[in-house]
Design a protein. Structure first.
Length: 288
């Protein structure tokens, strides 16, 4: 997996707060180095016996400083400019008015027991010549549906496992009005592009064997519920946002930013861990 090495230590300061009691509890602090290579994930099994007094893990991903300018992608003649417009926005870095970063993924990397995953179908729409949502996460076994809301326009969903183009998942035409359905069979990240002339179309699908994952919303917030008490490795991912090169007319971006934090989730307690991204591509986790 392509990941961007983190060049600084990440400070972690843990202060726990029970959901039913506003006053903060004990505070502990530690300095933990960034982790570049995750340990193998354990085999996950559903076990209601560990959910007697579950905790909550929550937080916000924020951008530090002024967000960088993003360059729209020009829509050439072969990209249906009559339907898609003269240019399409860059989807890789979305920073809200309060500095929250959406489309980041946070998950527990080493959880072995807990709640059952929600296997409800998830839909990716092709609307306005873009994938919506741009980043999504779902459990292995769930059904992923692709729709096309662009009337009169042919799209093509080409999915690769990982970040390079050497591990093909599927490649299928997606006409307007037709739903393409795929079952998630493999954990990890997949990259979606379109081969029907819409070179700017890009999305990421993250698949997990457990339900303890989240994609940050428009305010940069995430929440993991029903977490069994224990110590876990909390992993963070953002796709990267610097345009590095062009493959023909298709833009390619910098490597994904990833890091890990060790977090303790006491029984019946809410723990907050925030992440900060900056122009130097160093993610800093601060738990309060």
């Amino acid at each position: 997996m392509r990941t961007l090495p983190l060049v600084a230590l990440l400070s972690l300061v843990a202060c726990r707060r029970a959901p039913s009691a506003p006053p903060p509890g004990r505070t502990a602090s530690a300095t933990i180095p960034a982790v570049d290579a995750p340990a193998p994930a354990p085999i996950y099994r559903v076990d209601p016996t560990v959910l007697d007094r579950p905790g909550i893990l929550q937080g916000t991903v924020r951008w530090r400083g002024a967000p960088p300018a993003v360059t729209p992608t020009a829509v050439g003649v072969g990209g249906n400019p009559d339907h898609c417009g003269a240019a399409q926005p860059d989807p890789t870095l979305v920073v809200g008015a309060e500095g929250g970063v959406s489309n980041s993924v946070v998950w527990l990397a080493d959880i072995g027991r807990g709640a059952a995953p929600d296997l409800s179908p998830v839909t990716v729409d092709q609307r306005g010549c873009r994938y919506e949502p741009h980043v999504l996460a779902l459990p292995v076994g769930a059904e992923l549906r692709f729709g096309n809301s662009d009337h009169g326009l042919l799209h093509n969903v080409h999915a690769y496992y990982g970040y390079d183009d050497d591990d093909n998942w599927f490649n299928q035409a997606s006409p307007h009005g037709l739903t393409v359905t795929k079952r998630i069979q493999r954990a990890g990240v997949a990259r979606l592009i379109c081969d029907a002339g819409h070179v700017w179309m890009l999305a990421y699908v993250h698949a997990f064997t457990h339900p303890y994952f989240a994609v940050t919303d428009a305010a940069g917030r995430y929440i993991l519920r029903a977490v069994p008490p224990g110590r876990y490795t909390l992993r963070f991912w953002h796709e990267g946002w610097t345009r590095r090169a062009m493959e023909g007319t298709r833009p390619r971006f910098s490597a994904a930013v990833e890091t890990s934090r060790v977090v303790d989730v006491p029984a019946g307690t809410a723990v907050t861990t925030d992440f900060t991204l900056g122009a130097d591509a160093v993610a800093v986790a601060v738990a309060r």
